[in-house]
Design a protein around this ligand. Structure first.
Ligand code: FES
Length: 159
């Protein structure tokens, strides 16, 4: 069950955006981008609001939100961990690092920790293959990872 995502002012603004986009071609993606900017993510409540305001089926909105991976249906954590699953990292044991992260954080890829500190996502190559296996936390690259290095990196963001 999702929490109520935001203030009513965001819904008012979203309603204005929908009205303004109503008559252009293919407005749904545009509207959803703006919805994500307003709320930070697009939970079920917001999807339903968009469907109702645009007079389209909720399943259409849900379909678009889930098809494009730049749309998020869960709140984003304070820090984003991008574990690289590109070829070089895969060969150097990226899956083991995923397992360490899952162990340490208690969440799976695509989820956010209950305290809202970390969101764990996977990417394909961050351009630091020489340091494989690699993860990024926000804009910081951490390479040649093992369990200890993952722990040390996470501790930096613990405060
Ligand atoms: S494959 Fe992981 S950084 Fe390139």
């Amino acid at each position: 069950m999702h929490k109520q995502p935001a203030h009513n002012a965001c819904y008012t603004k979203l309603s204005e955006i929908i009205q303004a986009n109503r008559h252009i071609d293919g407005p749904l993606i545009q509207v959803l981008h703006q919805a994500q900017e307003l709320f930070g993510y697009i939970p079920t409540e917001v999807q339903q609001f968009v469907a109702q305001e645009m007079e389209i089926p909720p399943s259409t909105v849900r379909g678009v939100v889930t098809f494009y991976n730049f749309f998020r249906t869960e709140p984003q954590g304070q820090h984003t961990i991008n574990i690289c699953l590109g070829t070089a990292c895969h060969v150097k044991g990226a899956q083991r690092i995923v397992d360490v992260l899952v162990d340490e954080l208690g969440i799976h890829v695509g989820e956010t920790t209950a305290d809202g500190r970390f969101t764990l996502t996977a990417v394909r190559c961050v351009g630091a293959c020489g340091l494989a296996p690699v993860m990024m936390i926000d804009d910081e690259v951490y390479g040649k990872l093992d369990r200890e290095k993952v722990r040390e990196a996470l501790q930096r963001y613990a405060a």
